[in-house]
Design a binder for this molecule. Structure first.
Ligand SMILES: [Zn+2]
Length: 468
């Protein structure tokens, strides 16, 4: 069989890997969108490297858009194969793909207006809300730890990877010429101790490992440190400086984690009466799905549920869905916490909050997740940067920009290696492919894997094909 690395090769977005068996079956592992470079990513997203009509199966590791975002696009180009994922991933995709289609349409409208003024060619959105709706009929759900046989050659299992609600490591067994080849694709791997997510579960032995490397060169703070750091930032900003604390956060996953931690601080009487606003319709709806699948979250969440029926809601917290209310919140001078997407500050309501308050020294912008180097979220972290352009206007940076590492949804290199060595005989792994990382993180991850006893480690370039 052949594996082709068609995205997230030497970078962290656009995850797409295609397996073609000797008998001609095609299995796509994830179908993610390139993100983080504004409209520059449009061309990269259109070049798939395969004909969607030729794909038989799509195995989806989780609902994050950098892993699932092009599913409606391939549908629009004729993909009619089966999509397999966990039940929570399906429900999240239903929300997130609609949302992505809507953002696409808006972005393209804005971009085309600009192009039209400059007499330059306009573009069409990659897909629309109709495609995002229609593609849902191709989804099939499979629970964790259940071997699912697709046909005589191919079977797979989803193993809880602890990265977000519904996230899975995909363990594939493919029979070829009387030999079974076992491939483990990590998708994204969570932390060993998360605030809400389960620890990544051990997975059966593999012959080939395709592993992520987002934090291949870094170690995180532990989760208790991040809780205290968050409380410290809230106290300094909202109580001492009487300012606004703006937290750019992915609507699905990170937002619920932050809300859960604030809920714990509230239950412990440590949050005082600081108003908290989650300004995102998507977050409000996604939180409903977190409540639905709370049994797949970690033990602390299940313990909390015994005395607090809603660990994602408390008296001083409000979910804002209405645009007018969001605008009113933007104008308000009251000290408060605003959690809103997008996490990299590339779009969404948070960008409006930041553009309105970045020149205010009482404001703190708190970064709680990974930002690709070119994104606004990464650029404002440069302490030498004094002005930044947002929506075409230059703003003086007077707000404090702070970062907390411990909320990451990705394990660091030490956590990933502990996870692998706990469930694998690493010497029995014939080849390991490092994907989903900036090149410095990939090189560092390669060294760490060697030290842990791995051999035959490859960092595939985008488009590379390898025979397994
Ligand atoms: Zn992810």
């Amino acid at each position: 069989m052949l594996i082709q690395f068609l995205g997230a090769a030497g970078e962290v977005t656009g995850s797409k890997h295609l397996i073609t068996t000797d008998s001609g079956k095609t299995i796509l592992l994830d179908c993610g969108m390139y993100q983080g470079k504004g409209m520059e990513t449009d061309a990269a997203n259109r070049e798939l490297g395969f004909d969607p009509k030729d794909i038989h199966y799509l195995l989806l590791s989780h609902a994050h858009i950098d892993h699932s975002g092009l599913i409606p696009y391939i549908y629009s180009l004729g993909f009619r194969g089966k999509i397999f994922c966990t039940p929570a991933t399906r429900d999240l995709c239903e929300l997130m793909l609609q949302d992505t289609a809507f953002i696409q349409e808006q972005d393209v409208r804005w971009y085309n207006k600009k192009m039209h003024r400059q007499h330059k060619p306009t573009i069409k959105p990659l897909f629309d809300t109709h495609h995002a709706q229609q593609v849902m009929k191709l989804f099939r759900t499979v629970d964790y730890n259940t071997t699912y046989r697709i046909d005589n050659e191919i079977s797979f299992q989803f193993i809880n990877s602890g990265h977000m609600l519904g996230s899975a490591l995909i363990h594939l067994s493919i029979q070829e010429h009387n030999e079974v080849k076992r491939i483990a694709y990590t998708g994204d791997i969570g932390r060993l101790h998360s605030h809400i997510l389960s620890t990544p579960h051990p997975f059966p032995q593999c012959d080939y490992l395709i592993c992520e490397s987002t934090y291949g060169d870094r170690l995180h703070d532990d989760e208790l440190v991040s809780e205290e750091q968050l409380l410290g930032v809230v106290e300094e900003t909202c109580m001492y400086k009487k300012g606004k604390l703006l937290i750019p956060s992915f609507s699905v996953g990170r937002t619920q984690e932050i809300v859960y931690v604030l809920n714990q601080l509230y239950n412990d009487g440590r949050l005082e009466r600081v108003p908290v606003y989650v300004d995102s319709p998507l977050s409000a709806n996604a939180t409903e799905i977190f409540r639905r699948y709370a049994d797949t979250l970690n033990e602390q969440v299940r313990d909390t549920l015994r005395f607090d029926p809603d660990p994602f809601g408390f008296n001083t917290l409000r979910y804002i869905t209405d645009v007018q209310q969001s605008k009113a919140l933007n104008r308000s001078e009251q000290p408060c916490i605003v959690i809103s997407s997008s996490g990299m500050l590339e779009a969404g309501r948070i960008k409006h909050h930041v553009s309105n308050h970045i020149d205010d020294p009482t404001t703190t912008i708190l970064i709680v997740g990974y930002c690709t180097p070119t994104s606004l979220g990464a650029r404002i972290q440069d302490p030498k940067l004094r002005f930044v352009s947002i929506f075409g206007y230059d703003h003086r940076i007077r707000a404090q920009v702070t970062k907390i590492d411990g909320f990451s949804g990705h394990g660091d290199y030490s956590e990933m290696i502990q996870y692998f060595t706990a469930s694998q005989d690493v010497k029995a792994i014939k080849k390991t492919f490092i994907v989903h990382g900036e090149s410095s993180a990939q090189e560092a991850m390669k060294d760490h894997l060697y030290e842990a006893g791995f051999r035959n480690i490859h960092i595939p370039q985008k488009g590379a094909s390898v025979v397994l």
